[in-house]
Design a protein around this ligand. Structure first.
Ligand code: PEP
Length: 249
């Protein structure tokens, strides 16, 4: 089963109305492979989501960067999955390492969010990844397997999940994983899915790489057999995001 290349742009907590308009204009004017070849999803901060959605070319989609873990209500400051669905926002990023680290989001909490978002009809970019300390102690595969297991224990349908392997030491640091390092973890993750979920889920689930991807390093990473695309932070705010989208072909 073919896995369509996926390129996500995580704008994080960046941008003014003017800057957002400029990024969208650049995206709208770009010549990129067709949506049969590459799925492009950009993720502005909540406050800009409807604005970006209204301006963005129809072959690109939008994602929220987070959502609340269950039905909305008396949870000041949160945004619910139901609200995203109501606004026709199709995707949400969950479990980003910045939230895991800064807001203490545990594997179980992230998994609960993934399960709830899916139950409401959202598609999920679920982020996992090890710290430098964990990599240096040789526990990379055990860490990402535990993060994936927490999710697997709570969902039964993986059709609307993209797994984003994002080593924490590579995020925003300029230290990209080598193609071999990325491929090794993606291979292990696919093996884990095959052995613990099903061969079909392993074959069809997109596993994308994130961590200092840019216009210069994307091609070689994209050539790895188990790398099905990227989640891009810093470079998604720049014109080189177009080059990253083009690495699909
Ligand atoms: C990210 O935040 O998901 C990310 C991969 O960031 P960067 O590309 O800036 O390392």
């Amino acid at each position: 089963m073919g896995r369509k290349f996926f390129v996500g742009g995580n704008w994080k907590c960046n941008g003014t109305t003017e800057e957002v308009k400029k990024i969208v204009t650049t995206l709208n004017e770009a010549e990129v492979p067709s949506e049969d070849v590459v799925e492009v999803v950009v993720s502005p901060p909540f406050v800009f989501l409807p604005f970006v959605k209204s301006l963005l070319r129809p072959d690109f989609q939008v994602a929220a960067q987070n959502c609340w873990v269950r039905k909305g209500g008396a949870f000041t400051g949160e945004v619910s999955a139901e609200m995203l669905v109501n606004l026709n926002i199709p995707w949400v990023i969950l479990g980003h390492s910045e939230r895991r680290a800064l807001l203490n989001e545990s594997n179980e909490f992230v998994a609960d969010k993934v399960a709830y978002a899916l139950s409401q009809g959202l598609k999920v970019i679920a982020c996992i990844g090890e710290t430098l300390e964990q990599r240096e102690s040789g526990s990379t595969v055990a860490v990402v397997a535990a993060q994936t297991k927490a999710i697997a224990d709570k969902i039964s349908n993986w059709a609307n999940v993209v797994l984003a392997y994002e080593p924490v030491w590579a995020i925003g640091t300029g230290k990209v994983a080598t193609p071999a390092q990325a491929q090794e973890v993606h291979f292990e993750l696919r093996k884990w899915l095959s052995e613990n979920v099903s061969a079909e889920v392993a074959a069809s689930t997109r596993i994308i790489y994130g961590g200092s991807v840019n216009g210069g390093n994307c091609k070689e990473l994209a050539a790895q057999p188990d790398v099905d695309g990227f989640l891009v932070g810093g470079a998604s705010l720049k014109p080189e995001f177009i080059d990253i989208i083009k690495s699909a072909t």
